[in-house]
Design a protein around this ligand. Sequence first.
Ligand code: IMP
Ligand code: MG
Length: 181
Amino acid sequence: MKKTWGTVLVTAEQIQRRLRTLGRRITRDFSGEDLVLVAVLKGSFVFLGDLIRQIKLPLAVDFVEISSYGAGTVTSRKPRMIKDATLRLSGRNVLIVDDILDSGHTLRFMLRHLKKKSPKRIKTCVLLEKKDRREVAVEPDYAGFAVGNHFVVGYGLDYQDGMRHLPFIAALEPKHLRGGR
Ligand code: IMP
Ligand code: MG
């Protein structure tokens, strides 16, 4: 496979270790209850698959598909819902799962949207966050790793729909970007 990514920022082993910690925290925080994890497609599907196996509670999963990007690497600031959740969420504990918190527009949109469904409690979990890029005030309840101001790929995250299958998180280098920033 031709290498089209740059430096590895988080290894597969580091991800799995961190997920065990996050899973323990979520298990403790919702102890005695059950959960619906609502994952944001497509980027979070790998993270979701590993995370659920670290949560020792009865749980269900559902998916929302949101598109906030064109083909580039800069958010449009207008998340658009392509597919809504289908499970009943009213009166249930909801955990939103997303791959990365960047400007915050997607997570704020998700919180507003799912709160209208009257969940009992709603919390958020992201694998990665870029702390310096927030445009709207939103903080995750659970976060895996902070990454700098890079465009990152792998472990579900894509660049132009490629590289989601890399088992680690890597930064794209400018020479790999077509157009973009
Ligand atoms: P936000 O709305 O700007 O917070 O962006 C969140 C969404 O943009 C995430 O769910 C990702 O799908 C995507 N995204 C943001 N930064 C990156 C990145 O570095 N690599 C890949 N996707 C990203
Ligand atoms: Mg996404």
